[in-house]
Design a protein around this ligand. Structure first.
Ligand SMILES: [Zn+2]
Length: 603
């Protein structure tokens, strides 16, 4: 058989044992159900906040421990789990409406309303959100830390997230009050910028601000937690500006997004050291999420403006992170790192960046969205699986059964969240002889509260990318099932390669097979009739169906390569762990080294 799968441009390393699967039987439906994943995610979003603590959210989660919550920072006057303030809650606030839209639940419940009121309470008359800087510093009351850590500071990080929340609330409700509130926040953030000619920057990245001073901790001595490093990293600024412009149409925000992105491209933020993204190679060092969170905004800016400078810069940084990760959605928390561990915050960012690059005219990145969601995100969603329950009981042998049962009942509230730091194939990222001891790192499974909502963002990105009604026609970008106003898509299981589209509106339809699909073997049907494929659309990546009528059925089929991939993982210097992945199209069948405790991929 002729092999023309261009697998080498989609998958790194050595490809072997290649066979081509083309089913002659009726294709089976894909068992990936994004709606069901969203419904489970809502269970987590409603189970995490504590109504008795004014809907304070939980950050320091370690589900194998009893209890599962042990504050990573000591409780203080600002919070029980103070690290969650202005971070975990703001991230969750975004995802309640998204997960409800996917799951088909129109109304906010008391928990969602409570979390939003809590975030509102952080906002002061100046429009900025103020809080204790624990989440930023990762420490409190350290003897050598600045006195300022004990008080409240304004956060561009949380304020930007709140700007997005209000902008999206305006987009959903068209209630002008939300646009007005968003405008106030935009103006407050704009005042904090420094300028280098036409280019903007924040002098200490995401460092907190108060009365003209930045809490950058450069002279704060040792034991200052993460803050010292964070003040050399990027802020979270471009995405809030682009999203606010997208929802509310404020042209000043788009101009400010450009000014900030131009600053990133030119490298005008001072003292970034090795954290600065190399504009030629995309390379950088240290905490990945604080980079990718801002890269996402620049990719988004590139997609909406069509400016290739932004798309190229974002793609370079994306490809650098990809080179340090895998092709199935696992990306490292740190570069370099001591152990192979991901962070779901990075996985969510990478999904968003890939979707933006795809919308910016680089549709091959839809395959990246598919592989990340279908594999890493799907297998990281937390459930009380039989294997988890068995391990839980095994590592708590000395406790009365009733106590273990009670702890498991509590854990039901966390189902639908995401394990934050899996290895290549194991939920247990921190194995030790004392596994099960309470504590986010001690228990064995890291489930820090920033990550679950960012995994949900990945689901939301995929959901929105499946069907897009654009001026040129209806685009089917991803082989995931979804009932959309323009078309109903029924995906086949990955081994059966394809999907069926029930058209709901008249016009041209564009159907995208995976980038690696052998074009000679792609088959298109309209109704029961085979039609000759006509390629078109962005990058000529789509099958074009012209003048489709509502009620018409379109079916796309492709031949599915099944193969073995072997590569050396790059993120732990000197280790170069060999990883073997068995693939069926974009779906992972197995990963070796196999997870020792709670493997994710073997079925
Ligand atoms: Zn995280």
């Amino acid at each position: 058989m002729q092999m023309n799968h261009s697998l080498g441009s989609s998958f790194r390393g050595e490809i072997s044992n290649l066979t081509i699967h083309r089913s002659d039987k009726v294709p089976a439906a894909d068992d990936l159900d994004l709606r069901r994943m969203a419904a489970a995610a809502l269970n987590y979003l409603r189970g995490n906040p504590d109504p008795a603590r004014n809907y304070e959210c939980k950050f320091s989660l370690g589900p194998l421990g009893i209890p599962a919550l042990v504050p990573f920072l000591a409780s203080n006057q600002y919070g029980f789990d103070p690290i969650s303030l202005g971070d975990t809650d703001c991230r969750m606030d975004w995802q309640y409406p998204h997960m409800r839209a996917m799951a088909g639940e129109p109304h906010a419940d008391a928990v969602e309303i409570g979390v939003r009121r809590r975030i509102q309470s952080y906002q002061r008359a100046d429009g900025l959100l103020w809080m204790n800087p624990a989440a930023w510093a990762g420490t409190l009351d350290s003897p050598s830390a600045r006195e300022g850590l004990k008080h409240e500071w304004a956060f561009t990080w949380a304020t930007g997230k709140w700007l997005v929340s209000l902008a999206e609330e305006y987009e959903r409700s068209r209630d002008a009050r939300f646009a007005q509130e968003a405008r106030v926040i935009f103006q407050a953030l704009a005042k904090l910028l420094s300028w280098d000619g036409q280019r903007a920057f924040l002098p200490y990245g995401l460092a907190p601000w108060r009365n003209g001073e930045w809490l950058h901790m450069q002279d704060a001595g040792k034991n200052c937690g993460w803050g010292g490093e964070h003040s050399h990293n990027y802020p979270f600024f471009v995405e809030p500006m682009v999203r606010y412009w997208e929802c509310c149409g404020d042209a000043e925000a788009l101009a400010l997004a450009r000014a900030m992105a131009d600053g990133h491209l030119a490298g005008v933020q001072p003292d970034m050291e090795e954290l600065r993204i190399d504009p030629v190679t995309g390379a950088f060092a240290k905490h990945v999420h604080l980079h990718t969170h801002e890269v996402w905004g620049v990719a988004h800016l590139g997609a909406v403006t069509g400016d290739p400078r932004y798309l190229d810069w974002a793609e370079q940084a994306y490809r650098f992170v990809l080179s340090q990760g895998t092709d199935f959605g696992w990306y490292p928390e740190y570069i370099p790192q001591h152990e192979y561990r991901t962070e779901i915050c990075v996985v969510g960012d990478m999904t968003s960046i890939a979707a933006c690059l795809a919308r910016g005219g680089r549709p091959e990145f839809w395959d990246h969205v598919e592989r990340t969601v279908r594999n890493e995100l799907r297998r990281s969603q937390f459930f009380l699986t039989p294997a988890f329950v068995a391990l839980f009981r095994k590592i708590h042998p000395d406790l009365p059964t009733a106590d273990v049962d009670q702890a498991l009942a509590e854990l039901r509230k966390l189902e639908g969240g995401f394990v934050a730091q899996a290895t290549f194939d194991d939920w247990v990222g921190y194995p030790s002889p004392t596994m099960g001891a309470p504590g986010m790192y001690a228990n064995g499974i890291q489930m820090m509260g920033c990550c679950p909502p960012e995994g949900m963002r990945g689901l939301w990105e995929a959901w929105q990318g499946i069907v897009e009604a654009r001026p040129a026609g209806v685009f089917i970008n991803l082989p995931f099932s979804r009932d959309h106003a323009a078309a109903q898509v029924t995906a086949f299981r990955p081994a059966d390669g394809g999907f069926r589209v029930a058209a709901k509106q008249a016009g041209d339809y564009f159907l995208r097979p995976p980038t690696w699909a052998d074009r000679a073997a792609v088959k298109l049907q309209r109704g029961d009739k085979s039609v000759a494929p006509v390629w078109g659309g962005p990058a000529n990546a789509y099958l074009l169906c012209q003048a489709v009528q509502p009620g018409e059925s379109l079916t796309l089929h492709w031949a599915v390569p099944q193969f073995k991939q072997v590569f050396a993982a790059q993120s732990v210097p000197g280790r170069n762990q060999s990883v073997t992945v068995e693939w069926s199209g974009n779906e992972v069948l197995s990963v070796d080294p196999r997870g020792q405790y709670l493997p994710m991929f073997q079925t």
